[in-house]
Design a protein around this ligand. Structure first.
Ligand code: FE2
Length: 371
């Protein structure tokens, strides 16, 4: 059986945050726990406070990047109440993931947060509402949750963690190119990987193809802070999120995760570096090649080669590096890390979704060729 899960309701409109109280009341939410971080609070705390003045609210405002289980347990112990109609995440991927774990913990105080699995009901007793403030991660529509246990990352998931309501307001998204580019590239790569994944379907392909087209034509405008382009980027990042969370990500994420972890490079930049080599490698599969041909035509190309050159030009136009050397990493240092990069990639769970079996030598070749 194949399952397709996404939020029950997606609201999208610029400045909709200013009507958040009315909107949530209509959804039957009278008492909410707002989860956010200091940065978001500094930028839009007044807007949120004003919009939610008609509701009973409590706040958790100290979410840090890559939240740990210890932080979640500490946050829970400081709450006045443990019953809320909704947990409302306002922020980027870390805030949304933190909120998912908080929703589990307040619903089931005995739950082991490190053992969330897709196979057991987590019996949520509160609604999850996501209000993403970046256009890229897809956490607002996915069942995944990434936490840390003090030693490393724990990537877990459960379908009950797909937020019930997703609210897309592009007025909340950043203006800094340093965030807009990598998050936009991440969404672009999510779409390609959703299409390539060996669990893709025409349902996920349709969302991913349209997201690729929209991001290709609008990321530059979003960098220049054009409202229309930012609106479209926000919506297409969510479409890409629905596509990949119901399909999968593949080799660009497996290799990009490893590269990012070793060289401390942002997620979107890292996965972007491995998109073109992944397309070339995965074109060995005739079915995947046909899918890339469709995308190539959508972008005005005619074959996989022209798709690759269109992506290269697109990357250059938005400032996404195409090769490792573009980041200024020394070749000798890079070569000395190859064994580590290959072994981390082989252990990455996303590799299981790749349409072409990628062995140790294949992965090494991609890393070497991509310098
Ligand atoms: Fe990603």
């Amino acid at each position: 059986m194949t399952l397709f899960k996404f939020p029950r309701t997606v609201y999208f409109q610029r400045d909709i945050i200013d009507s958040l109280g009315e909107l949530l009341s209509k959804e039957g939410i009278k008492k909410a726990l707002i989860v956010t971080d200091r940065n978001v609070l500094n930028l839009i705390g007044d807007r949120i406070g004003k919009a939610l003045s008609i509701m009973e609210t409590e706040y958790l405002t100290d979410v840090l990047p890559e939240p740990s289980i210890k932080q979640i347990n500490e946050a829970i112990s400081n709450l006045r109440s443990r019953t809320y109609d909704a947990v409302i995440a306002i922020g980027g991927g870390s805030v949304i993931d933190f909120s998912k774990a908080i929703a589990v913990a307040i619903s089931n105080p005995q739950a082991d947060l490190g053992a969330i699995s897709p196979f057991e009901s987590i019996n949520l007793k509160t609604k999850l509402v996501a209000i993403p403030t970046t256009s890229g991660t897809g956490s607002d529509v996915s069942f995944g949750v990434v936490l840390s246990d003090g030693e490393g990352k724990l990537a877990m998931g459960n379908y009950e963690l797909v937020p019930e309501i997703d609210i897309l307001d592009s007025s909340l998204t950043p203006v800094s190119r340093n965030i807009v580019v990598p998050t936009g590239i991440d969404a672009f790569v999510h779409s390609f990987e959703a299409i390539a994944s060996n669990t893709s379907s025409i349902l996920t392909d349709a969302l991913a193809e349209r997201a690729i087209e929209t991001i290709f034509h609008n990321l530059k405008g979003a960098i220049e802070n054009e409202e229309g382009a930012k609106d479209l980027m926000h919506l297409s990042a969510t479409m890409a999120g629905i596509a990949f969370s119901n399909s999968g990500t593949a080799s660009a994420h497996a290799l990009g995760h490893s590269f990012g972890a070793v060289f401390h490079v942002t997620h979107g930049t890292s996965v972007g570096l491995f998109l073109i080599p992944s397309i070339i490698f995965n074109s060995q599969n005739p079915e995947t090649r046909d899918k890339y041909l469709r995308v190539s035509r959508i972008l005005g190309g005619s074959d996989v080669d022209s798709l690759v050159s269109k992506i290269k030009n697109f990357f250059k136009s938005v400032g996404q590096p195409c090769r490792i050397r573009d980041l200024g990493i020394d070749e000798r240092i890079y070569s000395s890390k190859l064994d580590q990069l290959v072994s981390l990639s082989l252990r990455d769970s996303e590799l299981a979704f790749n349409p072409v079996l990628a062995g140790e030598e294949d992965i090494r070749k991609i890393f070497v060729g991509n310098y």
